[in-house]
Design a protein around this ligand. Sequence first.
Ligand code: OMP
Length: 269
Amino acid sequence: MTRQELINQIYRKKSCLSIGLDVDINRIPSHLIEKYDDPVFEFNKQIIDHTMDLCVCYKLNIAFYESIGVEGWSSLAKTLEYIPADIFTIADAKRGDIGNTSKMYARTFFDHMDFDSITVAPYMGVDSVAPFLEFKEKWVILLALTSNVGSRDFQHHTDRKGEALYQKVIRESQTWAESDRMMYVVGATHPEKLKEIRALVPHHFLLIPGVGAQGGTVDEVMKNAHVPDACGLLINSSRGVIYAGDDEDFAKKSRAAAMELQQEMAAYL
Ligand SMILES: O=C(O)c1cc(=O)[nH]c(=O)n1[C@@H]1O[C@H](COP(=O)(O)O)[C@@H](O)[C@H]1O
């Protein structure tokens, strides 16, 4: 998907919501487990049916699918097929290795499967990221400042000139790809850093996880990092949306949770 197609969708739906399909088999409503051969896919299908007009992206965290083996990969593939073609998709895989191996990861998610983007760790440098950029209209979403507490262990570390590691990642990687192929992950749990990061990358999209279950808010993100006329944000919520309910009406409750986030976003779009 192109940058302009993504932007058009955001303004059409008045939403920059990414819904994280982080499906834990132990949290799926029991009636789905009893009734369906592939309860993970059925869960996703019902969530997608109830939310696709409210979000512009689905992020599938690969760990949740890998953790249940071959069946998980099959549920992942079926879910990806089911997502409407005009909705942006993220393989949240956090990959990156020597070039020869990254090439295989890129083939997995861009060739074998048809995701629009993949999350990539930057720490092995340019040759570990380049193979993902060889695919036309596919995006790399580079980890910059993550949402977890441990992000302080390395990412905030400053060099002698006072530049933090996450700042260096953002500055250097801008020479690897333009804003039509590269996004950055910045946690909603660092609202005080959002303005500064937006100044470093005025045109790039930021993928912002950490809203809801991890304590970040849509309002603070929109206030500090929203770009007029381009939005420049995909704000993700996983557990807050998909586990809003745990009974037969779980998908309706997900819709209500997604709508609440979308309406907060609409005020800025
Ligand atoms: O790359 C990510 O998506 C990501 C980066 C980060 O810094 N923090 C973070 O929480 N994530 C992912 O975003 C999702 C957050 O889930 P919830 O906290 O349930 O909304 C999970 O899939 C995480 O793996």
